[in-house]
Design a protein around this ligand. Structure first.
Ligand SMILES: Cc1ncc(COP(=O)(O)O)c(C=O)c1O
Length: 493
C-alpha cells in the first residue's frame, strides 16, 4: 500500500468514526441483529413521535429483517427513536425493550412482561407471512413444486403482499386486533372472516354444495369419510350397533389416510385398465371391460357379509392423471344409488380450479359424487357435501358435522384461503387453467385436464419439451393457475 492509499484509509476511518455511533457487525449468535444503523450524524433537535409504523419497523428488525432493507428516511426515524430511548445497539434485548416501551406508549396500557413478550412473538409471526413473498425463489414461476401441487398460486403472487390482507392478518393475530386489546370484551372478528370466506367459497364452489367438515389436512379429510360411510351402512342394513364400514378404493386411488384407518379401505384392483389420458365425455355405451368392473362391484355390494359404505375415487387420478369415462361414472352412480353406497371423490389435489372447474367432477355433466375431500392449495382442508346429498340425505351429512373446529376459528387459515378464493374468482383463474391447459396439450402433447397434466406421453417424443425445472416424480405437471401460454412457452421451449 502506498503512502496516499494509507492516508486515504486513515482519513476515511477518522470521518466514519466521527459520524457514527456504535456500529456492530451482524452476528446472530451473539444476539446482534443488525449493523450500520447509525451511519448518519445525530441531530438532537429532531424528536420522532411514536407511531404504529415505527412499531412495525422495529418488529421487522426483531423478526430478522435487515436495516439495510429500509429506506434512508425510515432508517433515520428508527435511529431517532432509539436514541431518544438511549439505545445504541440493536441487540434482541434492546429491541424488545424499545418495542415494549413504544407499544405501551401507543396503546397506553399496562400489560405484564410475559404478555408483551408473547405479543412481540405474534407480531413477528405475522410479519413473516408478508416477508415470505419477498423471499420467493426467483425460479418460483418455473417451479411447479416438483409435482406436489401444494399451491394453487405462486408464492410471489402479488395478492400475498396485498396491504389489506397483511393488515387483517396482523390485526387478527396480534394485540392490535381482538385477541389482546379486546380480550375481555366482545369477540366477533372470527365470525366476520368466516362469513367472508363462506361467501367467496359459494361464489366458486358447486351450486348448493356445503362444507360438511373442516379438517387440518387432506389425509384427515379422507380419514373422516368413515363417519359418513358408517352412517350409510347403518341406513343400508338398518343396523344400529357393530358398524365398521368398509370403503372400496377404486384402482390406483391415492389413499392418503392415517395408517390407523388405512386398513378400513379395501383396494378394488385394476380399474386402471378402464381409465384414459383424456376425459371421454361422450354418450357412448359401456365397453365390455367397464361393464365387467361394474358387475364385480355389484357382486361385492350384494355380499351381506361386507359392510360397504362407500367407494373412493379420484376424477383425475393423481398418480397417473387418468380418468374414467362419463358413461362409466354415470353407470357407477346408478349402481351405488341402487345399493345405498356413497361415492367419495378425493379432490385434494385437483380441487380449487386446477382442472378448469372448481372441482373436477363438475366437468362431467350428469354425474355428482356424494362427498368431496379438498385441501392443499386451498389452505383449508375438509369434506364437501354435494347438492344431491344435501337435498336427499342430510342425516348422513350431519354425521360429520363439526363446524366449530380450530380451523373455523383460525383466522390466518381462513384469511389466506379467502384471499386465494378471491384471486381465483376475480382473476378468472379457472378459465385460465382450462385454456392454458388446452394450449399446452395441443402444442406440447401433454395429456390431462386443465392444468393437471401428465408428461408421460411426451417422454419419448422427438421434440420433447424442456421439463428441466418442472419435472416431477410422478411425471405430472401441476402449474400455478395463472400460468399464461407465453410464460409456458418460455418454460417448455
Ligand atoms: C389426491 C390426494 N389426496 C389426499 C392427499 C393428502 O393431503 P395432505 O397431504 O394434506 O394430508 C394428497 C396429498 O398428496 C393427495 O395428493
Amino acid at each position: 500500500m502506498n503512502f496516499y492509499s494509507k492516508l486515504f484509509l486513515i482519513l476515511l476511518l477518522f470521518f466514519q468514526n466521527n459520524n457514527s455511533y456504535a456500529v456492530k457487525k451482524i452476528d446472530n449468535k451473539s444476539n446482534l441483529v443488525c449493523t450500520s444503523l447509525f451511519k448518519t450524524s445525530r441531530n438532537s433537535n429532531e424528536i420522532y413521535a411514536p407511531t404504529k409504523d415505527l412499531l412495525r419497523w422495529l418488529i421487522t428488525l426483531r423478526g430478522g429483517g435487515k436495516i439495510s432493507d429500509f429506506s434512508p428516511k425510515v432508517k433515520k426515524q428508527i435511529k431517532l427513536f432509539l436514541e431518544q430511548n438511549f439505545i445504541y445497539e440493536l441487540t434482541t434485548e434492546n429491541l424488545d425493550r424499545a418495542i415494549i416501551s413504544l407499544y405501551k406508549n401507543i396503546a397506553n396500557i399496562e400489560a405484564d412482561q410475559s404478555e408483551l413478550k408473547t405479543w412481540i412473538g405474534n407480531q413477528i409471526a405475522s410479519l413473516r407471512i408478508g416477508m415470505a413473498s419477498h423471499e420467493a425463489d426467483p425460479m418460483d414461476s418455473h417451479d411447479f413444486q416438483r409435482g406436489w401441487g401444494f399451491r394453487l398460486l405462486r408464492e410471489s403472487d402479488p395478492i400475498f403482499s396485498d396491504p389489506n390482507y397483511l393488515a387483517e392478518m396482523l390485526s387478527s393475530t396480534s394485540l392490535w386486533g381482538t385477541h389482546f386489546i379486546r380480550r375481555r370484551g366482545k369477540f366477533d372478528l372470527d365470525e366476520k372472516y368466516f362469513k367472508e370466506f363462506n361467501q367467496l367459497w359459494r361464489s366458486v364452489a358447486p351450486y348448493k354444495s356445503e362444507i360438511a367438515r373442516f379438517t387440518i389436512s387432506g389425509s384427515e379429510a379422507n380419514n373422516s369419510l368413515f363417519l359418513f360411510a358408517d352412517k350409510a351402512v347403518q341406513k343400508r342394513f338398518q343396523k344400529i350397533t357393530q358398524i365398521k364400514s368398509e370403503i372400496l378404493a377404486l384402482g390406483n386411488t391415492y389413499i392418503a389416510t392415517d395408517s390407523s384407518v388405512r386398513n378400513r379401505f379395501n383396494i378394488f384392483p385394476e380399474f386402471s385398465e378402464i381409465t384414459t389420458s383424456e376425459l371421454d365425455l361422450s354418450d357412448r355405451p359401456l365397453t365390455f371391460l367397464e361393464q365387467e368392473k361394474l358387475d364385480s362391484l355389484r357382486s361385492i355390494f350384494s355380499d351381506s357379509k361386507r359392510q360397504v359404505g362407500g367407494i373412493l375415487l379420484e376424477i383425475v387420478y393423481s398418480r397417473t392423471i387418468k380418468m374414467f369415462s362419463r358413461s362409466f361414472l354415470i353407470s357407477l352412480r346408478n349402481l351405488c344409488d341402487e345399493y345405498g353406497v356413497l361415492i367419495f371423490d378425493d379432490e385434494v389435489l385437483s380441487g380449487g380450479g386446477r382442472t378448469g372447474k372448481f372441482f373436477a367432477y363438475e366437468h362431467i355433466q350428469g354425474f355428482e359424487p356424494d362427498f368431496v375431500t379438498f385441501g392443499k392449495g386451498l389452505v383449508v382442508s375438509g369434506v364437501l357435501a354435494t347438492r344431491r346429498i344435501i337435498e336427499s340425505n342430510y342425516s348422513i351429512v350431519n354425521a360429520g358435522a363439526l363446524h366449530q373446529t380450530t380451523v373455523t376459528n383460525h383466522n390466518e387459515v381462513i384469511l389466506k384461503s379467502s384471499l386465494i378464493l378471491r384471486r381465483i374468482q376475480e382473476g378468472h383463474l379457472m378459465e385460465n387453467a382450462f385454456n392454458t391447459g388446452n394450449y399446452l396439450k395441443e402444442k406440447y402433447g401433454f395429456t390431462g385436464l386443465g392444468l393437471m397434466l401428465s408428461t408421460q406421453s411426451v417422454m419419448n417424443s422427438p421434440r420433447k419439451p424442456n421439463l428441466v425445472n418442472v419435472a416431477s416424480v410422478y411425471n405430472r405437471l401441476l402449474p400455478y393457475l395463472d400460468l399464461t401460454p407465453e410464460e409456458a412457452d418460455q418454460i417448455f421451449e
